[in-house]
Design a protein around this ligand. Structure first.
Ligand code: NAD
Length: 495
């Protein structure tokens, strides 16, 4: 049993939940039970939030420099720690290869440091005055308590993107991790236990816990990352409570591969972008449009690279782990069966029999061709190790096809042609565009999508401002009676 079973984090301590309602956490690589999490109820949520409110009162009174120093201390502790337990637990809970778990954690401290400094850099803006001798400005202030409802796939990095921004802005935070990544999230909480105020809490649970947190009157802003379907429900809950929120929903990204490319480079970029984390990244490439001149050569290269992927337990030397849950596994099986039944051409990994005989939620990675719009693989986010490929002739037609998507998160182009690169980056309707460099982000640049992929941005200055409210302030230190004030002079009356 995982030692964090039925625990939660509040007041810089791990506590045992009083909730009798629990949920088993299954290792998707071998279907063994790792432990169980508590589904936290309103009593515990109320207690935790009341403490966070007191903590925030203290935290917001600190200078920006003091808060920044404390956040740098969190980052220093991460950088100087042995992260084995964290990475191993992430691999066991989520099915992520441990190499990638370490890779995820390696990007965490830089995001904390970025926001620690960003919040020191400015706290508003002074406007050119409309009246002389008047100080006219906007100030940026904390919002109070922010709720962070999180997905399973990058449990620490995605948490930190918004939690670090919110703490740097002077808020306290309540974290609701995914059911599938709660132990990983709880382990990470130890890095916050030297903060001078009680400003971080982590409560496990399911949709009911998430909703109860959103509905709590003292939660002032909601940050959600997860599927588009859940994003809609969260948006509705926020609307009922008249609460600001920002939403990072799902995606079903396209990649366009030009004929002006090295084929091996294109196939390597495509295999990484489509199959990394078994296709369970919000910005996984799910559809590839390949110039018809190189289609056959590209397909051969991609198939070769598909067959070279090692599939198995993430704690061993494998590139691809299992899908995270039974529900995800069943959804993926349904997608591939539906495509086969409706006449798609499917190229599976050469070891499909072996992969399917593995005990966990392993599914055979596959390339799907000759798809139709009524197939599940074309209708929604797949979130599985599958990619569709089809040829295009004119780049403008390929761009049109990408822009028809209901999603608008990321987009990749592989080309050596600068003119083509500029053309697509100007005309593609997504929040993120990568040319020859998939899946990369930057703490200093806003991350997020259009359409059903979300509302708002994480990271960059927008990521900080998402957790600050803006106040217009006008201060005149001299008591001057202005011309337009009552009573009007005879000259001022207009009849
Ligand atoms: P999910 O939508 O199933 O769950 C996300 C979180 O929402 C979980 O913590 C869950 O308990 C909670 N939740 C569920 N119903 C809720 C409700 N009614 N009210 C409040 N909370 C509720 O997502 P998942 O399966 O954990 O993650 C995969 C999805 O996340 C994919 O669609 C992926 O594209 C998306 N994602 C998006 C981004 C991005 O930046 N756009 C990043 C990572 C993942």
């Amino acid at each position: 049993m995982n030692s964090y079973s039925q625990k939660y984090y509040s007041g810089s301590k791990f506590k045992r939940s009083i909730s009798k309602n629990t949920l088993e956490v299954i290792n998707p690589s071998n279907l063994r039970v790792l432990g169980s999490i508590a589904i936290q109820n309103k009593t515990e949520i109320n207690k935790v939030i009341s403490n966070l409110k007191k903590g925030q009162f203290k935290w917001k009174k600190l200078s920006a420099l003091e808060r920044s120093k404390e956040l740098h201390n969190v980052a220093n502790r991460i950088d100087n720690s042995n992260l084995r337990e964290l990475a191993k637990t992430m691999s066991q809970e989520v099915g992520k290869p441990i190499t990638e778990a370490y890779g995820e954690i390696a990007n965490v401290s830089s995001a904390i440091r970025y926001f620690a400094e960003m919040a020191r850099n400015e706290a508003g803006n002074i406007a050119g005055t409309t009246q002389s001798e008047s100080l006219q400005m906007e100030t940026k202030e904390p919002m109070g308590i922010s709720a962070h409802i999180l997905p399973f796939n990058f449990p620490i990095l995605i948490m930190i993107w918004t939690v670090a921004a919110s703490l740097a802005a002077g808020n306290s935070v309540i974290i609701k991790p995914s059911e599938q990544a709660s132990f990983t999230s709880l382990i990470f909480m130890k890095f916050f236990n030297q903060l001078s105020a009680n400003v971080v809490s982590c409560l496990t649970g399911d949709a009911t816990t998430g909703k109860a947190i959103i509905d709590h009157k003292d939660v002032n802003i909601v940050s959600f990352t997860g599927s588009a379907e859940t994003a809609k429900k969260v948006y509705q809950s926020c609307a009922e409570n008249f609460k600001p929120c920002h939403l990072e929903g799902g995606g079903s990204d396209y990649m366009i591969i030009s004929d002006k490319t090295d084929i091996d480079f294109a196939a390597t970029a495509a295999i990484t972008s489509s199959f990394h984390l078994s296709g369970q990244i919000c910005t996984s490439t799910e559809h590839i449009l390949v110039h018809s001149k190189i289609y056959n050569k590209f397909k051969r290269a991609l198939t070769k690279k598909l067959n070279a992927l090692r599939v198995g337990d993430g704690l061993k030397k494998n590139e691809l782990g299992p899908l995270s849950t039974e529900a995800a596994f069943n959804k993926a099986k349904n997608i591939i069966n539906d495509a086969a039944n409706k006449g798609a051409l499917i190229t599976c990994h050469k070891d499909s029999d072996h992969i399917e005989s593995l005990k966990g939620y392993f599914i055979c990675p596959a390339i799907i061709e000759k798809t139709k719009s009524n197939m599940l693989c074309e209708k929604d986010e797949m979130f599985a190790p599958f990619v569709t490929i089809e040829p295009y002739i004119k780049i403008s037609e390929a761009v049109k096809k990408v822009n028809k998507s209901q999603f608008g998160l990321g987009f990749n182009m592989i080309t050596k042609d600068l003119e083509e690169a500029h053309y697509v980056s100007r005309n593609i309707e997504t929040g993120l565009v990568w040319i020859n460099n998939p899946l990369i982000d930057n703490d200093a640049l806003p991350f997020g999508g259009l359409k059903k992929s979300g509302i708002g941005r994480e990271l960059g200055k927008m990521g900080l401002d998402a957790f600050r409210q803006t106040k217009m302030v006008i201060i005149d230190n001299e008591q001057k009676i202005h011309e337009w004030w009552y009573p009007y002079s005879e000259k001022q009356f207009r009849t």
